[in-house]
Design a binder for this molecule. Sequence first.
Ligand code: ADP
Ligand code: MG
Length: 670
Amino acid sequence: MIKTIKSVDFKGKSVIMRVDFNVPMKDAVIQDDTRITAAIPTIKYILANGARTLTLMSHLGDPAKDAESARAKAEKDGKTFNLGKYIAGKHRMAPIASHLQKKLGKTAPVVFAGESGCYNKKAFIDSQKPGTVIMLENTRFHKEETAKDAKDRDKLAKALAAYGDIFVNDAFGTAHRDHASTASIAKFAPVSVAGFLMEKEIKYLEPVVTNPVKPLVAVIGGAKVSSKIAVLESLLKNSSALVIGGGMAYTFLKAQGKKIGKSLVENDQIDTAKKILAAAAQASVEIVLPVDHIGAEKFDPAAKPVAIASPNIPDRLMGMDVGPKTRALYKKVLAKAKTIVWNGPVGVFEFDSFSKGTEELAKLVAAATSKGILTVVGGGDSVAAVNKFKLSSKMSHVSTGGGASLELLEGKKLPGIEVTRGRDRFIAGNWKMHMTRCEAANLAKALVKQLKSGKHKYMAAPSFTALETAGEIFKGSNILLGAQNCAAEEQGAHTGEVSVLQLKDLGVKVIILGHSERRHVYKEDDTLINKKVKLALKHGFEVILCVGETLDEREKKKVEAVCKRQTEKGLAGVTAEELSRVTLAYEPVWAIGTGKTATPEDAEAVHKFIRSVIEKLYGNPAAKQIVIQYGGSVKADNAAKLMSMEDIDGALVGGASLKSETFTPIAKFD
Ligand code: ADP
Ligand code: MG
């Protein structure tokens, strides 16, 4: 789950916020302020909640790159090129600051931090009156902003992070870029959260890929197959119908053996088109390609539109738009949808004679919205089309990000979003050596029912004998099947041991390793535990690695030394990629089964320390992401308090996990 501005207290805090103010500019005049308007709710919320200062940063074009092409163009046209004037007209944030001031009016004063760039502005920011909005200069004047090498980006990111106690990212339009001001900054910011704009985009776009309300009809158009392969493949998984239109449709029609005349085609993508068609047939996804066209002799706004009543296009013509039969077909297909996602125009909508197909499609999607169908439009040109037909307010969601929305629909993880993702809450039950199969089945059934509406990550680890029984019951539920231990070897002469291969065969997803009883009663040492950890990770399992001190060690003030040693040795040789499948559980051994618990504050201090150990081993992002469960006699009455601590992300529950009446309240602590 992403963390949003709703989850932090802004009172008296300085805030650094990435916005997407990359608006079209001409001679220092804003041509379209949609993006500025879109950030206003977040800006107002932060100010209304008492932030001391709000520093905004954005890119505005790419000064170096854009100036170079402008210079080349001027040269070609035989005109003189004045770099200073060009930059002032296109890439400076001062006019944006003035415009924002007009928009905010009396809400807050807006000051521009100067043309000298983004470094060394702390004193300037701190000297502002409380409640001031500060606009930094275009981040892309610094080459570190977009640098390939993370170390270079970090230099700028660190400077920017110093301007805030809280980093807010509301720049959805650049969320797919791994830049200093969008992602690297989160390494240095104490807290990173998403603004309202970002939250709304994710709320609408993400479920289309992960969990759409079905049936889902996807309309994919636009110029090129090559730029839409990933989105086609991603949406194919959940769609009942895939409408393919626009320039890219002709590559598909050619792949089907149709005549396409002079239409746009990517001959090197014909095989890809065939593969996608085959995959759709395999998955019983209906493919809707144009069955008639509006053609033209040349690609020109003034070209005469020619109706082509068949799917085949005569040699002298190119397909520019879909014809009336196809438009009627769209109506039929869209009528079956509960969710419609649309990316890419189905014709050359920029030319009025060839905009009818896209306009009719926009109208159909708008009409569907009014009937309660969830409709999501993404992609720069598709959004431009919907705006042209004045229908944006009639859609459930029109994305503000072109590239970013496309990448989200492709199912990719976006760097600017990932940095605002909070850690999972992970509540796990360790049933230890309790229960017969029948008793375990009863508990498993009760948990499936009661945790169905739970919003966290859950696991239950029955004893080996009940794994198969409980696993059958957990299938399709939100409870992962866990094992309490595994052997350090894959197989062989190991009497009494259970191997990872056998656990995998039973559908086990998570293995608890290094539990205090394994360490202290069965004398497992760090080396043996590490061997098991590596083996389990190698076989694709998630691991809960338990660490924690005994009473004796606590009294001798060795808490940190013990936790550090067990964490370091337990994870020796574990790669950063594998670490994403590791959860740590801190178990003060003296608190297990004794009814004693550490105070939430004591536990928090150790959790924070363990996180710092991870930071030293794997760096900051990994440390922020890793889930650390508390495992010392968690009960219904202390769960909420424990879980409210900053570094306590979940619980590994022993005794209280043996009954649904005691486990469910912990699992649903909030
Ligand atoms: P989006 O920005 O919405 O993702 P794309 O950038 O993929 O969309 O494609 C948009 C472009 O595709 C538009 O400029 C449009 O003119 C073009 N296009 C649509 N249909 C055709 C066609 N039949 N022939 C050539 N170009 C087309
Ligand atoms: Mg485009």
